[in-house]
Design a protein around this ligand. Sequence first.
Ligand code: UDP
Length: 194
Amino acid sequence: SKKVDVLGIEFEHTTKTEIIYTLEKRIRDNKKTFIVTANPEIVMYAQRDSQYKNIVQSADYILPDGIGIIMGAKLLKNPLPERIPGFDLMKDLLTIANKEQLRVFFLGARENVLNKAIDNVKHDYPGIQIAGCHHGFFNEEDPEVATMVQESNPDIVFVALGFPRQERWIRNNAHLFQQGIFMGVGGSFDVLSG
Ligand code: UDP
């Protein structure tokens, strides 16, 4: 598929409709998928931290979160079709999960925020199977949380640890999984909890 390079980060040349279609197919085909929705902050941080840049580049799809990336790509004369905000993509994946009764794990945010977000998900997307959840303030040296996510056998894992931690967590633990959609969602649980 076509990529658009913005400061060394290779964005997917796609619309939201197209990528959702692709992701639905990958779920059906049990293909493990790492998604990064990158905003200008992430792209700038990757310039300073080559290890993080490698992690981002290892994603299956890097999508432009925010108008800053769209403008940057346009200035570089290699335009992207449209912005794909992480929160919107998460909501679309929740809609698919609801329809297909998928297993979703919610990892991250403060415990009360997480619980509120899960209550709202249960109400708004009753078809979703909550595979599990865990707050985002844990020690990553301890494999307990990763094991918990693994054993929950999720179809989708939303990781709300903020960047760069969420992408590192996905990268470090992806090998534990045979399949599943893994996506860093930043402050999205805070929004979902409202
Ligand atoms: N967070 C977390 N663990 C941490 C640091 C942050 O779970 O060690 C959560 C925080 O509670 C919030 C989200 O990660 O829900 C980060 O949101 P923010 O908007 O700061 O991140 P960004 O969108 O900039 O990635």
